[in-house]
Design a protein. Structure first.
Lengths: 114, 108
């Protein structure tokens, strides 16, 4: 029962470095998404995908890239990290891309950019 | 602007009902209302969702106002394990819009 798996759980970067946050799900869900959570705020959608080969932007996409080459994986790339990207990142998947599907979340990845 | 508005915090005595309110005055006709809860250092967990009618499941009940501009999550008997941040969310198409959440404290 792996569900949604995120790696790494913790990461420290220097400004300007690049990295990829990995997300994998084993539930054959079509919909996958990335959120960031900042102190005192709810989660904000960065990017999402409704199936392999299809991605789209959420509320706060700037500074992040995604791709979806398989149903299982949805990596989030930071090409040039900035201190403003210090946050906790959550990946979530859903069996449905529309209203009735519930989201299943990973445990989060805490990123600090110095 | 946030699509949902919730009180920052609420308290409840153990084994008493809890009513968590949410305002979503700009909701559109096809937006679903979702509730999730989050324990410290964990990802959010699904609680319940609905569109127009009231909904019940094993965890909670969701009461939706007739004009759909507000909703209330009802925990029938609060336990210590229900202490969490509860998020009221609008699902609009493929996007979920989270509010800032209500931190629920359960008093033994």
């Amino acid at each position: 029962n792996a569900g949604v798996t995120q790696t790494p759980k913790f990461q420290v970067l220097k400004t300007g470095q690049s990295m990829t946050l990995q997300c994998a799900q084993d539930m054959n869900h079509e919909y996958m998404s990335w959120y960031r959570q900042d102190p005192g705020m709810g989660l904000r959608l960065i990017h999402y995908s409704v199936g392999a080969g299809i991605t789209d932007q959420g509320e706060v996409p700037n500074g992040y890239n995604v791709s979806r080459s398989t149903t299982e994986d949805f990596p989030l790339r930071l090409l040039s990290a900035a201190p403003s990207q210090t946050s906790v990142y959550f990946c979530a998947s859903s069996p449905s891309g529309w209203g009735t599907g519930e989201l299943f979340f990973g445990e989060g990845s805490r990123l600090t950019v110095l | 602007d946030a699509k949902t508005t919730q009180p920052n915090s609420m308290e409840s005595n153990e084994e008493e009902p809890v009513h968590l309110p949410c305002n979503h005055s700009t909701i559109s006709g096809t937006d679903y209302i979702h509730w999730y809860r989050q324990l410290p250092s964990q990802g959010p967990e699904y609680v319940i969702h609905g569109l127009t009618s009231n909904v019940n499941n094993r965890m909670a009940s969701l009461a939706i106002a007739e004009d759909r501009k507000s909703s209330t999550l009802i925990l029938h008997r609060a336990t210590l394990r229900d202490a969490a941040v509860y998020y009221c969310i609008l699902r609009s198409g493929n996007q979920f819009y989270f509010g800032t959440g209500t931190s629920l404290t359960v008093i033994p």
